[in-house]
Write a protein that binds this ligand. Sequence first.
Ligand code: F1P
Length: 349
Amino acid sequence: MQPGYQTHQEILTQPEAWQQALDILEGNRRDLTSLLLSNYDQVLFTGCGSTYYLSLAAAALYQVCTGQIARAIPAGELLLNKNTILSRSSDKKPTLLIAISRSGSTTETVRAVEQFKAENRGPVIAITNYDHRPLPQMADLSLIIDKGQEASVAQTRSFASMYVTATGLSLLAGNLEKEHQSLRRLPEVGYQIISRYAPLAKEIGENLELDRFYFLGSGIRYGLACEANLKMKEMTLTHSEPFHFLEFRHGPMSMVNPQTVIVGLVSEANAHHESAVLHEMRALGGRTLMLAESHPEAEIQFNSGLSELTYGVLYLPVLQLTAYYRSIAKGLNPDRPNNLSAVVELESL
Ligand code: F1P
């Protein structure tokens, strides 16, 4: 099998896993709703690596949808530094923990959930791609999207399937029924975006003159920028970093040169301020790439007609493909990234 074959197939077929995510949400709607509509001190999302970045994106979206405080924490931190995020007093209202893990076996995530439950902190919802693993066996409710399973180490289809699940969960928690129903359009739009923009992803990915990538995203998109960044790093061994849009001016922009790509996951509400950052980076000689629902300067436009709360997953496929093409152009194998394994299982924890 040629290098990258699995990664490529997983990226191209991911909308079918998005569809299954929507079906799983519908199938668990009653149990999910009763868990989500209880009264919590706070809602916590946790995971590791990609699934921590997913937690960042999901917590921001959950808070916007519900108005309730929601936060994200790496599972290793929840395990070893729980008092930085959990209240000491046990008389507080319970915390809802939403644990996200492709494998359902990552040691930090499993141990953090074990500890959370041992301390009777509150209910646990698992979002994962595998059944019969420690995480779904411990959770009070597990949303298992098996079509998100993948042979490659770097998460692509799996991440997107779990992110769509987290999106639907947030919309349900916020009683945003119209937006929740509109998620049904995502798979069709996903296939359209992949076929329309694969050539652009190939052109940028194969341009090895470019030697550093910055991924800018704010609000509900920051976690997605972090994930796109991790793909670029894992698959291509390229220097890359994620930032909130306006933060990039405060130092990191010193790195911009003609070999730099600044990728903007542009919003609707703040497009003016976000595109201004991209204009300034172009003036410094950097190459920019704008992704947006519909913006005259955006090289990648979704034109989904959906609400901003629902289409976050659409930012991912073209950026996943760009990392894939760059990896191949560099003679690497994105199916087996350097130094990485699909699951981190630690004896010592
Ligand atoms: C978490 C993770 C991935 C990373 C790599 C190693 O796995 O850190 O995010 O890309 O595959 O494992 P999981 O808990 O989501 O299975």
